[in-house]
Design a protein around this ligand. Structure first.
Ligand SMILES: Nc1ncnc2c1ncn2[C@@H]1O[C@H](COP(=O)(O)OP(=O)(O)OP(=O)(O)O)[C@@H](O)[C@H]1O
Length: 558
């Protein structure tokens, strides 16, 4: 008998309350309980504490059933309102415009509102990943002070919706989830020109005009420019699209490098800078348009490694207040199609650098280069029709053979990407090369390359300048030396360094190790020159890098 009693008690305890008789149809009660498991718990609890209270249970269920019916109607009404009474814009998240908006919402809505209840929070390495996703900047990164990425916690808008006011106008900001996310907010996932789903940012505002939205987008862009003065965003192609974010480019934000920190021939620097400034002037834009010339400009920077080709490109981007896009074809990961997509995704004003263009095998399509050794050849910079500003007769040192990597980009693919019909206009293209002589003429012909600039080894003035910058500034700041003394030391130092022998990277490396001490620099320079003179730039830098010996292993006698 005992087991049978136990069974009956169990049935009483867990009898199914949704089947209680009443006005609410039982299938609706069942649907409610299915949608909200908590209802089941409440009903069971009420049935347990007050077994005869069918009416109470009925009220709870009736209320929730009402909610169940009203919720989709409310959603539909809200959607109908958004569709018919608001204007909206959708922007793929990889687009810089979307990143400007995300930054604004992060800084002005999420971070300032005490009522923000959700955010995407990132820190450390994840923050770096976030920086890549969100265009490389953080909401806290204000007044040109990039924060250290490793220990900052940053709040970005969560996937979902955020409502805010700008003045008297309400806005609704929505971010879709990832391509694989089940919550992708009404299917507002954008499909890019390749048919790949992209995360997107959607903005709504009441009214039937797009103007308020466009004004807001402009406002976000200006906000970015103001808050990010003093930094340069560097985009680099990793060769693969990020499967999570769908981004073609990864980014880092760096403190803006000033042009006066690049030691090079003054005439070349001035000519390059004024050419680039003119290129982006209104007058030049009009000239290109009037003449029907595609609005593009190209430079070839050539010279030994470590002479500042990439550094100058970054400084120029900072000077022109635009972003820098770096493409390294030598990784072997970039194909013709991918390169084409990279160029399609460029904004109108930017500097694109294709690094070490000679090292990826491009230029070999038209047959092997001259058999004459590179270090004996004269520069081809005096090609007719191209303004040059390099010292003629420049002789390059012998270069170690560059290991050829798998080359997935063909010359025709590269030409098509940089100035094919589909290629965007407005960019400034810089190709860098250690061996300009082996480049195919089609690549460097006027129209594709408008200026060739040599980045050579250090001459006396540049040596004095780098000494004053790397040693003099700290020494004067310490008040141990006067400006006059530093001038004297700089001249003495430059007299001891043979001209045209060392790259800026080599001299920089030596001076850095002197830690702002001019006496140490003067004492060590002759020995350094003797030791380094015959080394290749890479060997010299490696050799002067202090090695920390492994800890001594204690001898244990048995
Ligand atoms: N002309 C220069 N003025 C100031 N610093 C320089 C200059 N050239 C090189 N450097 C320093 O040397 C390092 C390497 O420079 P960078 O990468 O710009 O050289 P590069 O010519 O682009 O080399 P590679 O051909 O290997 O890409 C950087 O730290 C940079 O600060």
């Amino acid at each position: 008998m005992a087991p049978a009693q136990g069974k009956q008690r169990q049935v009483e305890l867990y009898r199914e309350p949704v089947t209680t008789p009443g006005l609410v149809p039982s299938h609706l009660k069942r649907a409610t309980a299915d949608a909200h498991p908590l209802i089941e718990v409440i009903q069971r609890f009420l049935a347990h504490v007050q077994p005869g209270s069918g009416a109470n249970i009925e009220k709870v269920v009736a209320l929730l059933a009402l909610y169940k019916v009203i919720a989709p109607v409310w959603r539909y009404a809200k959607d109908l309102f958004l569709r018919s009474l608001t204007s909206r814009i959708s922007i793929p998240e990889y687009d810089p415009v979307a990143q400007d908006i995300i930054q604004w919402v992060s800084a002005e809505v999420i971070n300032k509102s005490p009522l923000s209840t959700s955010a995407t929070v990132m820190t450390g390495d994840i923050a770096r990943f976030g920086a890549e996703m969100y265009g490389g900047y953080f909401p806290g990164e204000l007044r040109g002070q990039p924060k250290r990425q490793s220990d900052e916690v940053n709040c970005l808008p969560p996937v979902g919706k955020k409502f805010f006011w700008v003045g008297f106008r309400p806005f609704l900001f929505a971010r879709t989830g990832t391509a694989s996310s089940s919550k992708n907010h009404g299917g507002r996932m954008l499909i890019d020109y390749q048919g790949t789903p992209q995360n997107s940012v959607v903005l709504f505002t009441p009214g039937w005009s797009l103007h308020p939205l466009m004004d807001f987008v402009k406002h976000c862009h200006e906000y970015k420019l103001v808050n990010r003065a003093g930094t340069t965003t560097i985009y680099f192609s990793s060769g693969k699209m990020d499967a999570y974010s769908g981004h073609l480019w990864s980014t880092v934000v760096k403190a803006r490098r000033k042009l006066d920190t690049i030691d090079m021939d003054d005439a070349s620097k001035t000519e390059l800078v004024s050419d680039a400034e003119y290129y982006y002037s209104e007058e030049s834009k009009k000239f290109f348009a009037d003449c029907g010339i595609p609005y593009r400009r190209g430079y070839l920077f050539y010279g030994p490694p470590g002479t500042g080709k990439t550094s100058f490109s970054a400084a120029l981007a900072g000077h022109l207040s635009c972003d820098l896009y770096l493409i390294n074809l030598a990784t072997g990961d970039v194909s013709d199609g991918y390169l084409h997509r990279l160029f399609l995704a460029l904004p109108r004003k930017c500097i694109v650098v294709i690094e070490d263009i000679d090292s990826c095998g491009i230029g070999r399509e038209q047959g092997p280069p001259s058999s004459e050794p590179t270090h004996l050849r004269k520069s081809s910079a005096t090609a007719p029709g191209i303004p040059t500003n390099m010292p003629n007769g420049m002789v390059f040192p012998s270069q170690p053979p560059v290991p050829q990597k798998r080359n997935m980009v063909t010359l025709s693919g590269l030409l098509n990407a940089i100035d094919g019909n589909a290629s965007a206009e407005g960019r400034l293209l810089i190709m860098t090369s250690n061996n300009p002589d082996i480049l195919d003429e089609a690549l460097t012909r006027p129209g594709r390359i408008d200026m060739k600039v040599c980045f050579g080894k250090m001459m006396p003035k540049a040596i004095r300048d780098i000494f004053k910058r790397l040693i003099g500034r700290a020494a004067i700041a310490s008040k141990k030396y006067t400006e006059y003394q530093i001038e004297e030391y700089a001249s003495e130092f430059s007299a001891k360094v043979p001209p045209g022998t060392f790259t800026p990277a080599q001299v920089q490396n030596f001076l850095q190790n002197c830690r702002g001490d001019p006496i140490k620099a003067m004492q060590g320079v002759e020995a350094w020159v003797d030791k380094t003179r015959d080394q290749s730039p890479e060997e010299a830098v490696k050799d002067s890098t202090p090695l920390i010996p492994p800890p001594a292993v204690a001898q244990v006698s048995s």
